[in-house]
Design a protein around this ligand. Sequence first.
Ligand code: UDP
Length: 378
Amino acid sequence: MKQFDVVVAGAGLWGCTVARVLAEAGRKVLVLEKRAAVGGNVRCEIDSETGIEVHTYGSHIFHTHLDDVWKFVTRFITFNGYQHKVLARYEDKTYFLPLGLTLVNQFYGLNLTPSELPAFIAKEAAGSKEGAGLNFETQAISFIGRPLYEAFIREYTRKQWGMDPRELSADIIRRLPVRASYDVNYFSDYRQGIPLTGYNSLFDRLLDHPNIAVECSCDWLTWRDSHSELAGLPVFYSGPIDALFGYRFGPLPWRSLRFERERVAVQDYQGTSVVNYTGPDVPFTRIHEFKHYHPEDAKVMGSASTIICREYPQTWALGDEPYYPVDTPASRELLALYQAEAAKQANLIVGGRLGGYRYYDMDRSIGNALETVQSFLR
Ligand code: UDP
């Protein structure tokens, strides 16, 4: 395949979804990926000793209530039915998140019913500030009261963001659900799971089409200079939007992570896939134990050793791996400048987590890619 109709720069979930839909619409697509392999931060490695699927860039659990996304993704893979639970370790006790009847009753030593919980929480939060102008801390206390905030939120958030929670936006805490039930499923989407054949198979299958050619270890930002035959083609770009313009207004700020992986000679280290450490006594935020993502795989579950990963949030500097966009009024302004530059270029479509400077759940990334490419094809 020599002649191409479209370039897709970046082969994460967004780029691979775009490439597939374009290919099925008859376009000849060149996919370029800067890293040595496709899959973006969803990429996994299989541990040769145990067969454990290690999520290289931290745990990824697919969950969605979007019908079109579910329909699209299940054309390529089958999910194993895994339902995500997150535990929280605080002062040598282990609790079930999210904040709900299970956690509150255990934490306070009570036996509240669903109808009693809201009044109890309101009493705990009594006297806290309300209304506009709240920061992360005042918003959190008005939601759940001070004792729960101090045990499960304040220190975790300080570690996660490297800032005093009073300097953070109230929006972040709105991502954390509070439930008046014993439901300890971390997500409220019943369509949930891990691909039976592993995450990498999703990317291989998305890109397995006669109209798609893939080049890895190819950075579009340098490749385009030496490939004049591609000039003028539509480009779907999902790398960092500021890199696309040589950081001319300055780099957009990110929060980074460092993962410390360890093989432990026990069959089961923590009995579940993720435990959050919500106190200041340890410097990491959570421990992932990947074998628990495949309860259907007897060989993996029975392996004599296990692989765990401690997650340490890090300050970010240009060149570090970007994970979470740091949403502040200044970063929004900077983003708007880059978006205005992108809008000036005909045939350039920017998206994905890095291109959109947005923290996307996987289903949202696919959903956005489907919408973007369908409107391009109309
Ligand atoms: N959070 C917390 N304690 C926890 C889990 C989350 O304080 O045990 C806060 C923290 O500020 C975090 C936000 O809630 O940034 C969102 O958490 P979520 O689990 O959605 O983050 P993700 O897993 O997507 O990084």
